[in-house]
Write a protein that binds this ligand. Structure first.
Ligand code: ISL
Ligand code: CA
Length: 542
């Protein structure tokens, strides 16, 4: 298997607005990130991914870019950014940026020109129709919005201020390549490519099949032409730099994933979403009770399908998902559950991505009043959902699933506003910050934070845990996870009791042949305790 730095790395995702506020205006910023670089380095990670910090009206917190070359003043200046990059590299860390090129903000100069008239040179940068087709937006409702001055509608697969770009237009592609070179020349080490499997659309933008949700998807998801565009960017830009790309690919199967990542032909790796649907019916608002076996099955499926052909990403959280410990188990045993989850995703084959606060066990905010939520998607869904469901029912869904659950300020210590800022933050702090925070986690040697540190170190010290083959040794068991990582030098086992009760150890392991490398219980026992996890290494592996 090909060895590369980005396969061996662990990534830490920062949501800049909520990470650390250096000038006390209630909003996280670049200088705040610089202040915390030693903390990040100390955790043992290698790469930082920044969610968007570009200029933007912030309707979707920066995923609506109005200028690809400027930093939003809330976060600082381009000089601050260069300084950050320098400080990152000084510590032998790398930094990747978010790349949002499926759409721009309607405040982008291109769109402001485009909407003026049909013969404006920028008009063709976007996608228009005189009569909207039936496609729906990811954030609910029609994907079309009327534009008075040209008497037509423009396409927005996300919020209505996020206009989809027309990638068929060569100028759009050239602009994007130019922009990528700008950041790469500055020293940026790669990109996380937002909804990259949506770039190409069927010419003529025909109606989609009748469906309840994602109407039109067969015309904009994994369209064959997207591969042409990605190959073009790769050969003309990415191949000329030592950088890496991770594509966000919504609703993707392993077979389709390989069309992007097999032998890294277009992207180095991608985010899939199958394991994010273990508590819903593939649409986040249609909730179903969580079952561990679904998580295990989803992981195993991707491990087998991608092994030797491409490279997986491993993640449990990001800025669009609820907190993992509020979701994948019960909070009766927060430390045991969260450390077990940490081992489960960090010890599989793939590059692990940790979302800020995950390493200290931050939980869902669970705001109960709709005005406490800031996310555009949450408000859209509330408005649409209320046409059918009661306020109570909608709030229950939102409390569990809203993206704001992950976006509350990073909990640094037990001072006011969790040490994130001295001013009132743009979004409320989770009230549990006095018990869950970085300062406490560092102090307590038995904390989740220290468990993460150990796991990251162990992964780094054992190439078998990076590149070794994965095998699920108990695929049918509902509440025990047992998998193997193996190469010609070593064999490791990861054993999890995915249950809040004691269980018998699986008979198939002869424990005398193994040494315990890591466990989330400090004492030994002949049975498995609630959410117990251990990493075992075979003695004298031949
Ligand atoms: O969180 C979701 C809505 O339920 C996902 O469907 C999400 O919209 C999808 O994963 C795409 O996400 C990315 O692009 C969006 C942006 O809002 C997200 O924050 C970003 O991660 C549009 O740019
Ligand atoms: Ca600030």
């Amino acid at each position: 298997m090909k060895k590369t730095w980005y396969r061996e790395s662990v990534v830490y995702q920062i949501y800049p607005r909520s990470f650390c506020d250096s000038n006390n205006d209630g909003i996280g910023d670049i200088n705040g990130i610089i202040q915390k670089l030693d903390y990040i380095k100390d955790l043992g990670v290698d790469i930082i991914w920044l969610s968007p910090i570009y200029d933007s009206p912030l309707e979707d917190n920066g995923y609506d870019i109005s200028n690809y070359y400027a930093i939003h003043p809330d976060y600082g200046t381009i000089e601050d950014f260069k300084n950050l990059l320098n400080e990152v590299h000084k510590r032998e860390l790398k930094l990747i940026m978010d790349l949002v090129i499926n759409h721009t903000s309607t405040e982008h100069e291109w769109f402001k020109e485009a909407k003026k008239s049909k013969d404006n040179p920028y008009h063709d940068y976007y996608l228009w129709k005189e009569t909207p087709n039936n496609w729906t937006s990811f954030f609910g409702g029609s994907a079309w919005e009327f534009n008075q001055s040209t008497n037509e509608f423009y396409l927005h697969l996300f919020a209505k201020n996020q206009a989809d770009l027309n990638w068929e237009n060569k100028n759009v592609r050239d602009e994007m390549k130019k922009m990528l070179r700008f950041w790469l020349e500055m020293g940026v080490d790669g990109f996380r490519c937002d909804v990259i499997n949506l770039l190409a659309k069927t010419p003529g933008l025909p109606n989609g099949k009748n469906r309840i949700i994602l109407v039109g998807k067969e015309h904009y998801m994994n369209h064959p032409t997207v591969h042409t565009y990605l190959k073009e960017i790769k050969s003309e830009v990415f191949n000329h730099y030592d950088c890496f790309t991770v594509g966000e690919c919504v609703f993707i199967t392993p077979e389709i994933a390989l069309t992007y990542i097999e032998e890294e032909k277009e992207l180095n790796m991608l985010f899939q979403f199958e394991h994010m649907a273990v508590d819903n019916y593939f649409v986040k608002w249609f909730l179903r009770p969580y079952k561990p076996i679904r998580l295990k099955k989803a992981f195993t499926k991707w491990q087998y399908a991608i092994n030797n052909r491409g490279w997986n990403t491993m993640y449990l959280e990001n800025h669009d998902q609820p907190r993992s410990i509020s979701r994948f188990g019960d909070l009766e045993f927060p430390y045991e559950l969260s450390s077990m989850l940490a081992a489960l995703f960090l010890l599989q084959q793939g590059t692990p991505f940790i979302f800020q606060g995950q390493e200290i066990g931050m939980t869902n905010a669970g705001f109960s009043n709709i005005t406490q939520y800031k996310d555009v998607e949450t408000h859209n869904i509330y408005r649409i959902g209320r046409k059918i469901f009661s306020h109570k029912r909608m709030m229950k869904k939102i409390k569990y699933m809203s993206r704001d659950n992950a976006r509350t300020p990073m909990q640094w210590d037990q001072t006011a506003y969790a040490g994130f800022s001295t001013a009132e933050p743009w979004i409320e702090v989770n009230p549990n910050y006095k018990t869950i925070n970085v300062a406490k986690s560092i102090q307590n040697q038995e904390s989740l934070y220290h468990f993460y540190k150990k796991l990251i170190r162990i992964r780094k010290e054992n190439q078998t845990l990076v590149y070794g083959d994965y095998q699920d040794l108990m695929p049918k068991h509902k509440t025990i996870v047992l998998f193997e990582r193996k190469d010609k030098n070593n064999q490791f086992l990861v054993l999890c009791n995915y249950k809040n009760k004691d269980q018998k150890r699986p008979k198939q392991i002869d424990f005398s042949n193994y040494e315990i490398v890591l466990s989330n219980y400090s004492t030994d026992a002949s049975f498995l305790r609630p959410y117990e996890v251990c990493l075992l290494k075979q003695k004298n592996h031949a």
